[in-house]
Design a protein around this ligand. Sequence first.
Ligand code: DGY
Length: 325
Amino acid sequence: MKKVFVSLEYPGEAVGRLAEKYEVVVFREERLPTRRELLEGAAGSSAVISTVADSIDREFIDLLPDLKIVSNCGVGYENVDVAYATEKGVMVTNTPDVLTETTADLAWALIFAVARRVVEADTYVRSGKFKTWHPSLLMGRNVHGKTLGVFGMGRIGSAVARRASGFGMKVLYHNRRRNEVSEKETGAEYAEFPRLLEESDFLVIASPLNDGTRGRFGAEEFRKMKRSSIIVNVGRGPIIKEAELAAALEEGVIWGAGLDVYEKEPEVDPGLLHLPNTVLLPHIGSAARETREDMIDMAVTSVELALDGKTPEHIVNPEVLERPK
Ligand code: DGY
């Protein structure tokens, strides 16, 4: 019987489907598997359902001679050595689309939380400080009517931009390539990177991590942004140089930040932790029950297809099909 290893437990019934045909081993602790637990748990597997937190590298792939598919439960897959998987005839799949709208919702939650100081205000009430209404109590910034900048106009960036029309906002975006479909759909205007920095009131990062985006936002970029601006990151942590962001926030170079992802996740730069103008979330962009069920369902479907000798829909290394295992 073929073995499938699932590196974490998921809500919903999808993983149960696999147990009808395969030996299924699920890492059921409420924490990530250690490297050793990952390697031991996955030993002998033909398929692995992994997450962004599992390093699926050469060592891992070499230890699993029967491996046919790494089904990564998430849209990002920088945790997988895709080139090496391809070389070894291993399919790699991800779970796009199903989490797009959910992640865009969270970007807006961060925009509002930072702009209107929602977390600070909640703490203020809970700690018994609310004694009277006052005209200058916890003043934030307006969102409506401002300029939204989107860095990375893919699926999630476009969904973030689409929501802006309800708030009467102008939308600028920067992308490796112009996205004319999204321009038509959202009314967004393409901007060169310096213009995006200079004109955005809210700058949302929604791009994947790659050589072109790693470390793209640092002290120099923050200095070009408006002092009243807010930066939000729902893409990947290493796109921002986190220590430089902490310094920029501390010095008032920009007004605030909302982060769902971190440079050295799950570590957070200590300089950010005490800043009131920063909202910090633990990478929950797609963490809505329905979405998480859809993601694991998609990841399981990819495994079922691959082990049946078929091609999964969301294969990120289609060139592997020319060198089947
Ligand atoms: C994604 O889907 O890439 C999320 O960030 C979780 O990995």
